[in-house]
Design a protein around this ligand. Structure first.
Ligand code: PEP
Length: 259
């Protein structure tokens, strides 16, 4: 059985006091009976404060980015070791804002992803097409190429140990209020699972959680999570509101995915 993973990407939002408030609010109201895995992904500089609040809860800590090199002369960067040391378990790799605003390309993302896995952390690899690519009928070509390139030289052992999560995030749905329909999302998720099966074999592909991201919210969570290959949500805007985020955690409770 694949567990569901609901992760909140807080992006470059919130003051330190507001991050603390949000983490505290989530902790206070966290549903005791949830079967879903939950991760909070604040900005780097708020990680220690958020970790302190959630360390004795079922919520895990994630980082939005990382650099692939070992500690050294890389001004402004953060290593996998530094993240692990402060309690980080998940690291986003290839979020569309890093691909499209900051210009990160597949060869760099592959290095980051392998460094995250080598550190014993779990990479959440984000893939997805732009609106122009979708309109041109290139969704599968784009997502397939991202998977091929970003997952090069990743071992089956790393997958078996749970170090890889995929997030399908159509770029046109991120922060726009447009959500892929459950059918549109499931179609791409099934394609992704097929590609993972080609790369790692069917048994391992069945173990990998594939999240959907793109204007997910409490109101659309249940119908997205009802799709057979949607194993959780990566949430931006709605993760900044306690009731919205916990509504998605509640929607994931009791949903089971056969592997
Ligand atoms: C994201 O940034 O990963 C995301 C899905 O954002 P939003 O939920 O705001 O569309």
């Amino acid at each position: 059985m694949r567990k569901l993973l609901i992760a909140g990407n807080w992006k470059m939002n919130l003051t330190l006091a507001k991050s603390v408030d949000l983490a505290s609010g989530l902790k206070k109201n966290f549903p005791a009976d949830t079967s879903a895995q939950v991760a909070l992904i604040p900005t780097f500089v708020h990680l220690p404060a958020v970790h302190q609040i959630i360390q004795d809860t079922p919520m895990a800590l994630g980082a939005q980015d990382v650099y692939f090199e070992k500690p050294g002369a890389f001004t402004g960067e953060v290593s996998t070791e530094m993240l692990r040391e402060i309690g980080v378990q998940y690291v986003l790799v290839g979020h569309s804002e890093r691909r499209h605003i900051l210009g990160e390309a597949d060869p760099l993302l592959n290095k980051k992803l392998r460094a995250v896995i080598a550190e014993g952390l779990t990479a959440i690899l984000c893939v997805g097409e732009t609106l122009d690519q979708r309109k041109a009928g290139r969704t599968q070509a784009v997502v397939g190429e991202q998977l091929n390139n970003d997952l090069a030289q990743v071992s089956g052992e790393a997958i078996a140990a749970g170090h890889l999560v995929i997030a399908y995030e159509p770029v046109w749905a991120i922060g726009t209020g447009l959500t892929a329909t459950p059918t549109q999302a499931q179609e791409v998720h099934a394609f992704i699972r097929g590609q993972l099966s080609r790369l790692f074999g069917a048994a391992l592909a069945d173990q990998i959680q594939i999240q959907y991201g793109g204007s997910a919210k409490k109101a659309n969570a249940a119908e997205l999570l009802a799709q057979p290959d949607i194993d959780g949500l990566l949430v931006g805007g709605a993760s900044l509101i306690v009731e919205e985020f916990l509504g998605m955690v509640r929607a994931a409770t009791g949903v089971k995915k056969s592997a």
